[in-house]
Design a protein around this ligand. Structure first.
Ligand code: 3PG
Length: 396
């Protein structure tokens, strides 16, 4: 039976053709939204999305779904808790669109300094205002705080250093070859920054991070750029900081972003002259989208051919493992079954298991990570099978 892939977001055609050439059944419908997915994804094996939300209903109503791929970096649009319950893999494509997002962040920085969008709006309205727009500061020697120095933050750092900026990062160790200083506390970082650029994922720790307190640390007239996730900024606190400190900001993300690609948009930040907003286009360059699509195809190929999930994000970081049992055995049918029977009788949960074969296929080694200890009695029973070569059991 053919593997069925649903691509529920805009995706470069040439990569869809590549999937089809791999003898997969590909359904491509970029117009699908969150509420369409429960029925659209019901009978597919693999679901590929960009920002379209994959909610619990989509996951719970699916019959075959085994892998959800986020064709991008952030996975906050996927209900991972629901995927965990159903044993559905979630993977992403980290780093593939980092340069595109960094380029936008730098573009927004220059835009804020030179007020490029206002220049353009005035010109379009037949208004000449060289006097006003000649008041830019310039970026050379300015202090930039990069909050979140992951794949995207690092690309921003490189570009800012090339601009001759003084760059500080939050929560980082020194990045080789880049003049970045390690500054771990926001109350020390923010007061020295002329410009702050946010590059954080949406997590419970980052939600509302830029609140009243954070804005209180910022310099008067500082510039703030957010090309990561809307949830990180408390928009009411931002509006207050704009009023009190003349903070100016450029955002690629904001609360209430429309689900579709075109249509009406409403935001409490819309009419504020200190706010520039772009249309969540950070990752939207052809270069980035091709790189993301190529990585998506690679993840699908690896999964179909070997069962291995590249960039598997919902794999447990830690398991409840306390003991390890290593069984060397003859590679014959039923040998491991006798071991598993003993473990079952002892009511011990196997958290992880791997069986590898020695060259030639005569012997194999099975490593199990267990929750509780295997008793001496049980070990004796396992060893009593003449097909077992050796048994080692250790506490971890
Ligand atoms: C990402 O997480 O990769 C970006 O936010 C891109 O989102 P998009 O693919 O919906 O443009």
């Amino acid at each position: 039976m053919k593997v069925k892939v649903l691509i529920a977001d805009k995706f470069p055609e040439q990569y869809i053709d590549e999937l089809k050439s791999m003898k997969m059944e590909v359904i491509y419908d970029a117009a699908l939204g969150e509420n369409d997915l429960p029925s659209a994804a019901k009978d597919v094996d693999i679901l590929v999305v960009r920002s379209t939300k994959v909610n619990a209903e989509t996951i719970n109503q699916s019959n075959l779904l085994n892998l959800i791929i986020r064709a991008g970096a952030g996975v906050n649009n996927i209900n991972i808790a629901a995927a965990n319950q159903r044993g559905i893999y979630v993977a992403n494509c980290p780093g593939m669109n980092s340069v595109a997002v960094a380029e936008l962040a730098i573009g927004l920085m220059v835009s804020l300094d030179r007020r490029i969008p206002d220049n353009v709006i005035d010109f379009r309205n037949g208004k000449w205002n060289k006097g006003e727009y000649s008041k830019a500061e310039g970026l050379l020697g300015k202090t930039l705080g990069v909050v979140g120095v992951g794949n995207i933050g690092k690309e921003v750092v490189k570009r800012a250093v090339a601009f001759g900026m003084n760059v500080y990062g939050k929560d980082i160790s020194r990045i080789e070859g880049v003049a970045i200083k390690d500054f771990s506390e926001m109350n020390k970082l923010l007061p020295i920054c002329d410009i702050i650029s946010i590059h954080l994922p949406a997590t419970s720790e980052t939600k509302g991070l830029f609140n009243k307190e954070m804005f209180s640390y910022m310099k008067k007239g500082a510039l703030l750029i957010n090309t990561s996730r809307a949830d990180i900024i408390d928009e009411d606190a931002l509006l207050e900081a704009i009023k009190e400190k003349n903070i100016r900001c450029a955002l690629d993300v904001f609360k209430g972003e429309p689900e579709g690609k075109t249509g009406e948009v409403k935001s409490k930040l819309q009419d504020n002259p200190n706010v520039y907003i772009t249309h969540h286009i950070g990752a939207s360059t052809n270069q980035a989208q091709n790189a993301v699509a190529a990585e998506t195809i690679r993840i699908i190929k690896d999964y179909v051919s070997s069962g291995i999930i590249a960039h598997w994000v919902n794999r447990a970081k830690t398991t409840d493992v306390h003991y390890q049992l290593v069984i060397k055995h003859f590679d014959k049918p039923g040998v491991l079954a006798t071991v598993l029977e003993v473990i079952k009788e002892g009511n011990i949960n196997i958290e992880e298991i791997e069986n590898t074969i020695f060259e030639g296929g005569a012997a194999a080694c099975c490593t199990m990570k267990l929750k509780s200890e295997v008793s001496t009695e049980m070990l004796k029973k396992i060893k009593s099978n003449p097909e077992i070569l050796s048994v080692s059991h250790v506490a971890l």
